[in-house]
Design a protein around this ligand. Structure first.
Ligand code: NDP
Length: 296
């Protein structure tokens, strides 16, 4: 079977271009520049890369980007004080606190201190509740990017069997809500799921968000199914030289591509869409804050 490669990199570039045009129009017509503040606590190398990319692409889309880098031993009170300052700053429309936070902090308390209207990650309890009840909310960026690729590929998702592997608050659960919202029949699998291969074999749509390198092989995939691979895992790549590594997803791409109807690569699939959706959410937050019509 010929699989279709879902090009998240190209799709994300298109989304960022559209956001950039709308930002330019917002500036020309209303003199408003959307602003995104990203807060990073500590020195986690992966987080540093994400934050750098987010800042760069925010600026490229014509928005204001502010980065706050705090030491790993910053107190939770100091972080909450920064969040309060950003909540009150009218030039900031989106606030993102990069996760994970150091162990001495209560992640939920910090996230829930963000003004829900500025919560462009969509992790605030209010946004989670709004999404779960089908109301207008801020939608988490990674699942939103996955949904956009699925809609683009399928048109309507109505009635399709979707299996989400992973139940984190960041990816699995909001992904399941979004697929339910688009009228899929949704199964959420996790580490305690029995007969995972059989569960996955039912799926017209598989979203893998586990964090285990290449754990989903092609023989779990129903022929013709669409596979969205959220995982980002670094594995040794001796073929590139001693000590070298490469990125792989949670799906074994080579075998899955033999049977899937469509599949996202890693890298170049979900990852770029996540940042594009962050920019789109910041634009949306800015429009809502100024009582302007929201972008489509
Ligand atoms: P978490 O570690 O929070 O959640 C992983 C989930 O996978 C859990 O629900 C866990 O089950 C489940 N799981 C673990 N082992 C198994 C197993 N053997 N079989 C079935 N399910 C299992 O991870 P995240 O959701 O935060 O991230 C998942 C992956 O996606 C990671 O690789 C991460 O790097 C990547 N990611 C990529 C992003 C992007 O932009 N592309 C953004 C965010 C994440 P249980 O709940 O029972 O423990």
């Amino acid at each position: 079977m010929m699989t279709k490669l879902i090009d998240g990199k190209a799709f994300a570039a298109k989304v960022r271009g559209q956001v950039g045009e709308q930002v330019a129009r917002l500036q020309a017509d209303h003199g408003i520049t959307p602003g995104l503040a990203v807060v990073l606590v500590g020195e986690d190398p992966a987080s540093q890369v994400y934050v750098r990319n987010k800042g760069k692409q925010t600026v490229e889309a014509g928005m204001k980007s502010v980065e706050h880098k705090l030491d790993a031993d910053t107190s939770q009170a100091d972080l909450l004080a920064l969040v309060a300052t950003l909540n009150a700053d009218p030039s900031i429309h989106g606030i993102l606190v990069q996760l994970p936070l150091p162990d001495h902090m209560d992640e939920a308390a910090v996230i829930n201190a963000i003004d829900p209207a500025k919560d462009v990650d969509g992790f605030h309890i209010s946004n989670v509740g709004l999404l779960g009840t089908g109301q207008k909310s801020m939608v988490p960026c990674t699942p939103l990017g996955c949904l956009m690729m699925l809609r683009d590929h399928h048109g309507s998702l109505s009635g399709l069997e979707a299996v989400v592997i992973g139940r984190s608050n960041i990816v699995g659960k909001p992904m399941a809500q979004l697929l339910l919202g688009d009228s899929c029949t949704v199964t959420v699998a996790h580490s305690r799921t029995r007969d995972l291969p059989d569960v996955v074999r039912r799926a017209d749509i598989v979203v893998a968000a586990v964090g285990r390198a290449q754990m989903v092989p092609g023989d779990w995939i129903k022929p013709g199914a669409t596979v969205i691979d959220v995982g980002i895992n670094r594995i040794p790549a001796p073929e590139k030289g001693e000590g070298k590594t490469r990125l792989v997803g949670d799906v074994d791409f080579a075998s899955a591509a033999e049977v899937a109807g469509a599949i996202t690569p890693v890298p170049g699939g979900v990852g770029p869409m996540t940042i594009a959706c962050l920019l789109a959410n910041t634009l949306t937050a800015c429009c809502r804050a100024n009582n302007l019509p929201e972008p489509e």
